[in-house]
Design a protein around this ligand. Structure first.
Ligand code: SAH
Ligand code: SF4
Ligand code: F3S
Length: 440
């Protein structure tokens, strides 16, 4: 029997890319590849790329450069580029990098087996084109057995929002939702394989409107259906947009026990002028009102967000408006970035803020966000939270899991199995995790 070939995948970007990498690994599994963590052992290297920030393509080219030696040693080594850089610059990659054998987009990876046939014949394959009738076929690839108790499930893809800074609508295409029945079936399959927590994924997950038994359903309807899946204990979703918040979803946070008390709701800026320039179609005030309603439904909900500083025309006052919004919300966790211009987006044409000024603003914002995160963690001390344990910790007998608020929690866990959900009393906080004691 011939030995299996080794596949090394490196993934950048959002959780949707993580999900796609898993599906691609499974698909290539049927082609005789098994995953390896060691790039030196690989018979095939696949880079699943992200295009969201500046220099993404350059980074991929320099990454590819590092494989030159490996390719020289092993001329049969296959190299592929997938994801959003592949989608945006596929032809350029093929032209500039002769050692790349395969370029596949985020909507076309279901055609990998066919592409591999081409590659096996010593030819190069480029496939980033998704004709209407074939669109979203990739989402029919079903997840295989995995030992982890927490899994992602893509329910929605693409974006119709066209924020002035963002490449996603161009690389991931228009919004589309998977049918309810298929999602429920997949959730059941995951649960049969030991999954107890599912994170519903989408670039605009709360814009979900999938075909259900009685017409289309929003995200709240889908969550109500998932609530009925026996053995599924925890439901999360990400990433939401403030403009797609339906009342029923907010309410669900107060009524559905399986829905975890955590919300990632990017706002990007606290200045109405900048929000307008960003084409966000909401104001700081309307965002704050949405947050207020979530807190009414679920007072302990932990809030997370995304911020961009130094967007074109951002003044000191605009930035102070962002700081004021952050103070008002009080985030438990957040991501913040300096604006970077992305070719092809409307904002790419506009004059940049002085990079030094942008950097200083980012620094101040991150100090504030960090302080809020620390405070949120400190406030957990003395509280009892439910933790789902996911893997052994570094210390013998210890395990690490996630609380409902998505905090990493470690505890001495004699006799606890991966996937067990236990009440844990928090006793200390470290920089990015909490320490707890499992209650009897
Ligand atoms: N669909 C999600 C996530 C988009 S990408 C949403 O709308 O929230 C994740 C984050 O990357 C964005 O929220 C934004 O904060 C950041 N981002 C996107 N494009 C950017 C750019 N050109 N420069 C800096 N940050 C950017
Ligand atoms: Fe990008 Fe805006 Fe769409 Fe989010 S909502 S993916 S930031 S265009
Ligand atoms: Fe990046 Fe594409 Fe996700 S650009 S953030 S990998 S949708």
């Amino acid at each position: 029997m011939s030995e299996k070939k080794k596949l090394f995948i490196k993934t950048w970007g959002c959780q949707m890319n993580v999900y796609d990498s898993e599906r691609m690994a499974e698909s290539l599994g049927h082609e005789g590849y098994e995953s390896t963590e060691k790039v030196e052992d690989a018979d095939m290297i696949l880079l699943n790329t992200c295009h969201i920030r500046e220099k993404a393509a350059e980074k991929i080219y320099s990454e590819l450069g590092r494989f030159k030696g490996l390719k020289a040693e092993n001329p049969d080594l296959k190299i592929g580029v997938a994801g959003c850089v592949a989608q945006a610059e596929g032809e350029e990659i093929i032209r500039r990098q002769p050692m790349v054998d395969l370029v596949v987009g985020p909507q076309t990876y279901h055609r990998l087996p066919k592409m591999m046939e081409t590659v096996k014949q010593g030819k190069r394959a480029l496939d980033t084109d998704f004709p209407e009738e074939d669109k979203f076929e990739h989402l029919k690839l079903r997840p295989k057995a995995k030992r982890a108790p927490a899994a992602f499930l893509t329910v929605q893809e693409g974006c119709d929002k066209f924020c002035a800074f963002c490449v996603v609508p161009y690389t991931r295409g228009a919004e589309v939702s998977r049918p309810v029945e298929r999602i429920i079936r997949e959730a059941n399959e995951l649960v049969e394989r030991g999954v107890r927590e599912i994170t519903l994924l989408g670039q605009n997950v709360n814009a979900y409107h999938g075909q259900g038994p009685k017409g289309t359903m929003g995200l709240a309807g889908l969550i109500a259906e998932l609530d009925k899946v026996d053995g599924l204990e925890r439901i999360r979703y990400t990433t939401s947009h403030p403009n797609d918040m339906e009342d029923a979803l907010i309410e669900a946070h107060g009524t559905c026990a399986k829905l975890m008390p955590y919300l990632h709701l990017p706002v990007q800026s606290g200045s109405d002028k900048i929000l307008k320039r960003m084409n966000r179609n909401h104001t700081a005030e309307s965002y704050l009102r949405v947050i207020e309603r979530f807190r009414e439904a679920r007072p302990d909900i932990l809030l997370s967000g995304d911020f961009i500083v130094g967007f074109p025309e951002e003044t000191d006052q605009d930035f102070e408006d962002t700081m004021a919004l952050v103070r008002e919300v009080h985030y438990g966790q957040a991501y913040s970035f300096c604006y970077s211009s992305r070719p092809g987006t409307p904002a790419a044409e506009r004059a940049l803020v002085d990079p030094q000024v942008a950097k200083e603003r980012l620094h101040r914002l991150q100090e504030l966000l960090w302080e809020q995160q620390r405070q949120t963690q400190t406030d957990m001390i003395g509280r009892t939270v439910s933790v789902m344990f996911e893997k052994p910790g570094r210390i013998e007998g210890q395990m690490i899991g996630k609380s409902g608020y998505l905090h990493a929690v470690h505890a001495a866990a004699e006799g606890v199995q991966v996937g067990d959900i236990r009440d844990v009393k928090i006793i200390a906080t470290e920089s990015n995790s909490l320490t707890g004691e499992i209650l009897p």
